[in-house]
Structure formats: structure tokens, C-alpha cells
Design a protein around this ligand. Structure first.
Ligand SMILES: Cc1ncc(C[n+]2csc(CCOP(=O)(O)OP(=O)(O)O)c2C)c(N)n1
Ligand SMILES: [Mg+2]
Length: 182
């Protein structure tokens, strides 16, 4: 934040599905300000109908979807607790096409090289727009401090994942996170 921008969210309760409804409220209260919703794919899906609120109220809200095909925070909690993750995958629609169907300009990016140009086009659009960004499912989000229990849980998850015949997922995870470090 640079003193002129403001960030709002469900930072006390950590509730999902807040990005778009809060953006709707912010845009209605401040029609002349640029309002950008930063939504998870799970969070957006939970209150997908709010896209209709955007068009019905002619609000120029810009919605970014972090599309990792999963309820990833829960997936990560499972890994940190030593579980082989299950039940957290999402079978998403093409969110850009969904947006277009309800009168919102839709963009989709699945190659890093296209991101910058598309973000510029998306933000410059005169009216509501949605940008569906395909992001890395296996990227680990690290909390400010990692407890020993979580590290132990993660090791257990890794061993169990190999024993379950899903070792290739572990290799994908290592590759994805090495890329961030190198
Ligand atoms: C209303 C609500 N339901 C369930 C949860 C539990 N929960 C926390 S994060 C999460 C998954 C979020 O998925 P997504 O929005 O796709 O974000 P990601 O973690 O993948 O970036 C869930 C189910 C919650 N915080 N709020
Ligand atoms: Mg997600």
C-alpha cells in the first residue's frame, strides 16, 4: 500500500468469498475509484452470483481470479498435518467465458509471458472486467514462522504420498518450489 491505496478483506475471520462482495460495496461507495477484487477460484465460485450484481449495478469492478484449481489453503493445511491431500481439487469452468456470458469483459492468462500485457489491457478496460490467471497449484505458501509440528507433518505427508503411489506429485511440488528459489 502506498498511502493512497486501501486494502480491505476478511482479515480477522479469514472468510472465503469476500473479495467480490467487498469490491461491490467499495465500488458502490466510491464510484470514481479503481476497485480491484483479488479472488481465489474457490472463493469466487462460492459467491459466483455476485458477478450478476456487478453488471446489474453497472459497477466497473475489476476481478482477478487466482486459479489454482483447488481449495489450496486447505490442501496445504492437510499437507502440514501429515495427510495425503484429498477432496480439495476444483473442476473449474472457464471463468473468462463465464464473465463474458454475464456481460463482463473476460481475460485469461495461462503463460507468464502474457501476463503483463494482459493485466494492462484488463485494467484499462472501460467497465467491469475479470482476469482469470492460471497459477501454480503446488506452490507452497509459507507462514511467517513454521512450527516444528508443521515441518514434521509435512515430512509425514511426503512419505505417505510416495507410499500411496503419488510420488510424481511430490516431484512436481519440488520442481515448482525450486523455481521460486532459483
Ligand atoms: C466461508 C468459508 N468457508 C470455508 C473456509 C475454509 N477455507 C479456508 S481457505 C479455503 C480454501 C480457499 O480456496 P480458494 O479461494 O481457491 O483460495 P486458495 O487457497 O486456493 O488460494 C477454505 C475452504 C473459509 N475460510 N471460509
Ligand atoms: Mg484456489
Amino acid at each position: 500500500m502506498n498511502g493512497r491505496r486501501r486494502l480491505i478483506g476478511s482479515f480477522t475471520h479469514g472468510s472465503m468469498a469476500n473479495a467480490l462482495p467487498q469490491a461491490v460495496g467499495a465500488q458502490a461507495a466510491f464510484p470514481d475509484r479503481q476497485v480491484i477484487a483479488l479472488a481465489g477460484d474457490g472463493g469466487l465460485s462460492m459467491l459466483l452470483g455476485e458477478l450478476l450484481t456487478v453488471t446489474q449495478n453497472a459497477l466497473p469492478v475489476k476481478t482477478v481470479v487466482y486459479n489454482n484449481d483447488s481449495l489450496n489453503f486447505v490442501e496445504l493445511e492437510m499437507k502440514a498435518a501429515g495427510f495425503v491431500n484429498y477432496g480439495t481439487g476444483l473442476d473449474n469452468p472457464d471463468f473468462a467465458a463465464v464473465a463474458e456470458a454475464v456481460g463482463i469483459r473476460g481475460f485469461r492468462v495461462d503463460r507468464p509471458a502474457d501476463l503483463e500485457r494482459t493485466v494492462e489491457e484488463f485494467l484499462a478496460h472501460d467497465g467491469p472486467a475479470l482476469l482469470d490467471v492460471v497459477v501454480e497449484r503446488q506452490e507452497l505458501t509459507l507462514p511467517p514462522s513454521v512450527k516444528l509440528e508443521q515441518a514434521k507433518g509435512f515430512a509425514l505427508f511426503a512419505i505417505r504420498t510416495v507410499l500411496s503411489g503419488r510420488g510424481t506429485e511430490l516431484i512436481d511440488l519440488a520442481k515448482a518450489n525450486m523455481r521460486q528459489l532459483l
